[in-house]
Design a protein around this ligand. Structure first.
Ligand SMILES: Cc1ncc(COP(=O)(O)O)c(C=O)c1O
Length: 404
């Protein structure tokens, strides 16, 4: 590309990672649009000289299957191109594997990691259980209280785990401010950026040092693969790669090809599900059956001001609190025809799952629940179905919920 103009992300998702050496000469006989699936454990070297020149840590340089091949490199390249400030991207067999390696790469015995209260549950588990075996301690913090965070951070705090919005309760936090505090104290900020992806939240530009995604969600986009990624600047990427190699982390070229296919339509899918989710969330807000809608992308929704300030896009994942008890919620969910019941999210199909957050959760005064206990929450992932059909389905759910 010539001149100073930078392509917009919707163009980059289509063009990135399509190096001619992996596709054939453009326009020539034999060139293809997508990098082929290179299934290879053994990469052959031309001669001993070539073997001696092998660079195990360098992308785009054949060495051995665990270091990947063109199919994986094409996906890594494309994700790097989408994340402003990233030097490279490493792929992992799941989002959880990526989260584990991100923490292991930067923490040493005696260090502490601070984990946001609204983090994905396994993130807390990795920090609390797995890292404690290596002499790393963990504390939680309220991501909405900057003063408390600044007071909490200790000399041995070496990493801070962030997530915004929280993937169940949807709090949006002030990432530029939190990461500035962390940086002042010499701590590395790691964000789980699965909700927004780099298209909706350029994490490194907003102050994070390491951006982690579960590609299982939006990038895969079709509910048929598990994968994770880590993107970062050059120095941290060196540590991440070394840890990934110690732990033998590798993704198959078949899965990488699937993820690349998903990536090509990421911008259009996110755009569509964001619009649909906003319409549905606005509609839910008008319903008597709803106690609270937890959706930062709609004006007046919790976290909307920060979301508008810092994010460049959204997605179809949000939550709401029903004004009923757990049985009523089960009737509501069971009556839905277009929403599958299942974990994960970010696929082309809509999903709904029940969830509970304790009423003593520090960041919300949850509305009074019918059973006086935990909030009666539902998390939905809005897919690509027609918005009106989804609203009709939710209406069906509300009728079943009212039928006792
Ligand atoms: C916010 C978030 N981060 C990470 C993960 C883990 O991803 P994976 O299932 O690919 O391990 C999930 C999975 O649900 C998630 O919701």
């Amino acid at each position: 590309m010539s001149g100073p103009h930078k392509n917009k992300p919707a163009t980059t998702v289509v063009s990135a990672g399509r190096r001619s050496e992996w596709l054939g000469v453009p326009g020539a006989k034999g060139s293809v649009v997508n990098p082929p699936v290179w299934r290879a454990s053994t990469h052959l070297f031309e001669d001993c000289n070539d073997l001696a020149g092998g660079r195990p840590n360098r992308q785009g340089h054949f060495f051995y299957g665990r270091r990947g091949g063109p199919t994986q490199w094409a996906l890594g390249d494309a994700l790097t191109a989408l994340e402003p400030g990233a030097y490279a991207t490493e792929l992992f067999p799941s989002g959880v594997a990526a989260l584990s390696v991100a923490m292991l790469a930067v923490l040493r015995p005696g260090d502490e990691v601070l984990v946001t209260d609204n983090a994905y549950e396994p993130t807390i588990g990795i920090a609390a259980s797995m890292l404690s075996q290596f002499g790393v301690t963990m504390r939680r913090f309220d991501p909405l209280d900057l003063d408390e965070f600044a007071a909490t951070i200790a000399p041995n705090t070496k990493a801070v785990m962030l997530e915004s919005p929280g993937s169940l309760t949807m709090e949006v936090c002030d990432i530029p401010a939190l990461t500035a505090i962390a940086r002042d104290h010499g701590a590395i900020s790691i964000i789980d950026n699965t909700w927004a992806t780099a298209l909706g939240f350029p994490a490194l530009e907003r102050g994070c040092d390491i951006s982690v995604m579960s590609l299982t969600k939006h990038v895969g986009g079709h509910s048929d693969l598990m994968m994770g990624s880590i993107s970062a600047g050059e120095e941290l990427m060196g540590k991440v790669r070394q840890m990934a190699q110690f732990l033998g982390q590798v993704v198959s070229p078949d899965d990488a090809a699937l993820a690349l296919r998903g990536l090509r339509t990421l911008a259009v899918r996110l755009d569509r599900s964001t619009h649909s989710a906003a319409a549905i969330a606005q509609w839910l807000r008008t319903r008597d059956e709803i106690a609270q809608v937890l959706c930062p992308i709609i004006p007046g929704g919790p976290g909307h001001d920060l979301w508008s300030r810092d994010f460049t896009g959204g997605c179809g994942l949000f939550a709401f609190v029903l004004d009923t008890d757990k049985q009523g919620r089960a009737r509501f969910i069971d009556a839905l025809e277009h929403f599958g019941i299942g974990y994960s999210w970010g696929g082309y199909e809509s999903l709904a799952v029940p969830f509970a957050a304790k009423r003593d959760h520090p960041h919300h005064t949850w509305p009074k629940c019918a059973d006086g206990q935990d909030m009666v929450g539902v998390r939905v992932s809005i897919g690509l179905e027609d918005t009106d059909d989804l609203i009709r389905d939710l209406e069906r759910g509300f009728s079943a919920m009212r039928d006792t």
